[in-house]
Design a protein around this ligand. Structure first.
Ligand SMILES: [Zn+2]
Length: 144
């Protein structure tokens, strides 16, 4: 019988369309062969295994409830918790995103295989208008 954590992990995996909460890499749940790449060394993809990530670490009193759990790749999860004080999820997310943008997170082959969104090619939800905002102060001149 799958543990509760395993259930939450699977649900989070599906909710996130199989992508890591932090780095957006394509993850696998039960076998690396789920990845859309062919490798003679599936063990290389250990880092891309889907893990249950506690937003609030268990050591900080975080619960095993669904709302505290997201799906993160093994690499992001273990790197975060390797630190003496795991950074807040928001802080860590920003850090991971900037590393991914620089191609300095997963090994190069992960980028080459298209398992990570490329810069500018992220599938962001609609409404991302960053940089496209027009300055709308004109046409409203005040008279003195
Ligand atoms: Zn990740």
């Amino acid at each position: 019988m799958p543990s509760q954590i395993a259930t939450h992990r699977r649900q989070a995996f599906e909710r996130q369309a199989g992508r890591c909460f932090y780095c957006q890499v394509r993850m696998w749940l039960t076998s690396p062969t789920e990845l859309p790449v062919h490798s003679s060394h599936p063990a290389q993809y250990r880092a891309l295994q889907c893990t249950a990530e506690h937003l609030q670490a268990r050591s900080d009193g975080g619960s095993d409830r669904a709302e505290n759990i997201v799906a993160a790749c093994y690499y992001c999860n273990s790197t975060r918790h390797k630190r003496k004080r795991p950074p807040e999820p928001e802080t860590y997310l920003v850090l991971v995103e900037s590393r991914v943008d620089r191609g300095a997170w997963h090994p190069k082959r992960v980028f080459e295989l298209g398992l990570l969104p490329t810069k500018g090619g992220r599938s962001l939800p609609a409404g991302n208008n960053r940089g496209r905002d027009k300055n709308r102060t004109t046409g409203r001149q005040l008279r003195t």
